[in-house]
Design a binder for this molecule. Structure first.
Ligand SMILES: *Cc1c(COP(=O)(O)O)cnc(C)c1O
Length: 360
């Protein structure tokens, strides 16, 4: 006899991380939607200085970070909860609001962490297929809401397919839902959005007490290795999330790096990097379409190749050519936007695959 796992945990699929390079191997790592550029020099310097005080616990409430984030969003610090990456914050949101048996509606395919964190909470994921363009099917998601629904997760831009939701769509969804259903808007890639009618989460938060906005420093800010993200919500909602949070969950280096990233003098360089990724995204999307691929619009730092049954073979071929991508077996390949030479390699490979495909 061994101690049985909770049945909910037994059923959870393992998170599949993006492939990593073997030590010493030079590869184009496009498998985890990371920022290809290293942390800003000012951020690296702040982290190096902070290393001298690691014998101390971090500020439990990440006060300086929370204040800087609140100022950025035009809210008071009571509205902000920082956590060990926005995935952890999402876990705390569900811990604070979901009981076993509660349902959480989310798009699928979307972020693979969603069904994991929902199940871990004992709640039931209710996946609603994205449409042929990789977009959330919001009418279908609304139709999936029952009196057991406790939360609706919206991922905009959607990982791994790419499209962003529009402001009017999210506003309409919030208006259509009862106030006692939480809406979690995961904006991990918001900085890369260049869409018409982008979601104005500040306006939506002012109008809807049931909205939680999630942001991260892992993507546009290039701090994936430090694990820091946050939620913005009404103070009573934020208080619940804070209660569920891991004490001292945001480590000292992460707090220092995130605060340094929010300094006004860091903004221009961060913007320049994001703009470079956006320009490359445009180049990659245009190049793929010129090759004959049907790819969804992307507003994140990623593109989705619908490779179907050939997915595993093509991902292996990419790896053999030094390009690490994220395959979703039988469905497609998510490729992060990297530096221009990495993206050139992607276009080369995709062009070759396309020719073979058409020849076969
Ligand atoms: C990368 C990503 C996150 C951020 O995760 P962290 O835990 O903050 O690194 C959140 N949501 C989505 C959809 C993502 O792709």
């Amino acid at each position: 006899m061994s101690v049985p796992l909770r049945p909910a945990v037994e059923r959870i699929p393992a998170y599949v991380p993006g492939a990593r390079a073997a030590t010493g191997q030079r590869v184009h790592k496009l498998s985890s939607n990371e920022n290809p550029y290293g942390p800003l020099p000012t951020v690296q310097e702040a982290v190096a200085q902070a290393a001298g005080t690691l014998n101390r616990y971090p500020d439990m409430f990440a006060s300086e970070l929370t204040e800087a984030v609140a100022a950025r969003h035009g809210v008071t610090p009571e509205h902000v909860v920082a956590g060990c990456g926005s995935v952890a914050v999402l876990g705390h949101v569900l811990q604070a609001f979901c009981d076993p048996g509660d349902e959480v509606v989310h798009a699928w395919r979307s972020f693979e962490a969603y069904p994991i964190v929902i199940r871990l909470q004992g709640a039931t994921p209710v996946p609603v297929p994205v449409d042929a363009d990789g977009r959330h099917d919001l009418p279908a998601m609304l139709a999936a809401v029952t009196d057991r629904t406790r939360a609706v997760l919206l991922c905009s831009p959607n990982n791994p397919t790419g499209p962003a939701l529009r402001h009017t769509q999210v506003a309409h969804t919030l208006a259509a839902l009862p106030d006692d259903v939480l809406v979690v808007l995961d904006e991990a890639y918001v900085e890369f959005v260049r869409d018409e009618d982008p979601v104005d989460s500040r306006a939506l938060l002012a109008a809807h007490p049931n909205l939680v906005v999630l942001r991260t420093f892992s993507k546009a800010y290039g701090l994936a290795g430090l694990r820091v993200g946050y939620a913005v919500a009404r103070p009573d909602v934020a208080r619940g999330i804070r209660t569920a949070s891991t004490p001292f969950g945001v480590n000292h280096l992460a707090q220092v790096a995130a605060v340094a990233s929010l300094q006004p003098d860091a903004q221009a360089e961060l913007d320049r990097r994001v703009d470079a990724v956006v320009a490359e995204r445009h180049r990659v999307l245009t190049g793929l379409r010129a090759q004959g691929w049907t790819v969804p619009d992307s507003q994140g730092n990623l593109v989705w190749l619908p490779t179907g049954p050939a997915t595993a073979d093509l991902a292996a071929d990419a790896a053999a050519h030094g390009v690490l991508v994220r395959p979703f077996a039988g469905e497609g390949i998510r490729v992060s936007i990297g530096e221009p030479d990495s993206n050139d390699r992607v276009l080369e490979l995709a062009g070759r695959w396309r020719e073979h495909h058409q020849a076969g």
